[in-house]
Design a protein around this ligand. Structure first.
Ligand code: GYE
Length: 343
């Protein structure tokens, strides 16, 4: 017994709390705090990270699922600090509430990389780097598409929009909502008649859509779903009331806009159930590995880094109108494209 205890103390860091599964210190240890498992996008992002940080690639990954609760994330990060991991990675549920935890990581001299969503901290040097999407730009692209679509149809009258928001205070929600609100200010005939959070899930998306349909009935023309899973739920709710999801809004269709462009989301876009889908790229794993390897070799990485994204529609006529307007980057969908897609 005594011999074992001495041996354990001698070969492992005294801060290891994970005694049942001691950390192999020959590998680079990453503590990753994930938001949850709320959406197809999220599952793809988790898979990407788990496939990248493998022992074969030189890593030991401690992966924590916070189940959409910031208190769980903070607890996980504190555990990573106690375990003296080499890097802490956080996909923060909300932007606010991170100063103290990041200060603790800084005191422990553990570099923090923020992934996907952002943190709003007083001192940006509390994290080494952030890599993620420009959520506001995703929203702007979707709104530019809607504008071109309405112009092409010659629709000048009142357009009633419902916003099924993402998790409130998450970067993805903040940026996407902001873009829609800015567009509704710019275009006098756009009216946001209702907004509520669908928590980025199918179940909540359906629930919110049901509520909106009860409150606003036939008045709804457009539903701006802040992710694909909410769109899946909204489609079910709309179809259950006998209304049709599509682009014939002059004749009672409800037009759906979505974000993420996951495979299931793009399939619905190709079928015409979702009119336009703004991509959000979940494939972080390889990029994060590259960043860590650069830092390990004494290099530097950009403090803030956006990833490239596209916007998809199945409508040929919109492509040409859109191309002449504010943007020219809408990609027309094909089945081959969807089949070849990783997520
Ligand atoms: O759009 C949604 C997920 O933070 C970009 O979170 C991510 C968002 C994504 O649950 O599907």
């Amino acid at each position: 017994m005594i011999a074992t205890a001495v041996l354990l103390c001698g070969c492992s860091d005294s801060r290891d709390i994970n005694k049942d599964n001691p950390i192999n210190r020959e590998l680079i240890t990453i503590g990753f705090s994930q938001v949850g498992a709320e959406s197809d996008w999220r599952l793809a992002a988790s898979e990407s990270v788990q496939n990248a940080f493998t022992p074969e690639n030189g890593f030991n990954l401690i992966f924590d699922n916070a189940q959409q609760k910031q208190e769980n994330q903070i607890k996980a990060v504190r555990e990573f600090i106690d375990q003296n991991v080499d890097y802490i990675m956080i996909d923060p549920i909300t932007e606010i509430g991170w100063d103290t935890t990041l200060e603790e990581a800084k005191e422990a001299a553990i570099p923090v990389i923020i992934v996907d969503r952002r943190v709003a901290v007083k001192d940006d040097s509390l994290y080494t780097a952030w890599i993620g999407s420009d959520f506001e730009e995703e929203g702007e692209k979707a709104c530019a598409w809607l504008k071109a679509f309405l112009d092409a149809k010659g629709i000048k009258g009142r357009v009633n929009i419902v916003d099924i928001q993402g998790t409130i205070d998450s970067s993805a929600q903040i940026g996407r909502t902001k873009a829609l609100e800015a567009a509704a200010k710019r275009y006098y005939n756009w009216n946001i008649i209702g907004k509520d959070t669908g928590e980025f899930t199918k179940a909540k998306g359906r629930e919110v859509m049901e509520k909106m349909l009860k409150t606003y009935g036939d008045a709804i023309d457009v539903v701006y779903c802040e992710n694909d899973n909410e769109a899946f739920g909204a489609i079910e709710a709309i179809e259950n009331t006998g209304r049709h999801v599509g682009e014939n809004i002059e004749n009672g269709d409800i037009l759906l806009i979505s974000f993420d462009a996951t495979r299931a989301g793009l399939t619905l876009t190709l079928n015409g159930n979702i009119a336009v889908n703004a991509e959000c790229n979940p494939d972080y794993g390889p990029k994060l590995v590259e960043m860590v390897n650069t830092l390990e070799n004494g290099g530097t990485v950009p403090h803030d880094q956006f990833i490239e994204e596209e916007i998809f529609s199945a409508k040929e006529e919109i492509k040409s109108i859109y191309a002449g307007g504010e943007r020219s980057d809408v990609t027309l969908l094909t089945q081959e494209f969807i089949d070849g897609r990783k997520y």
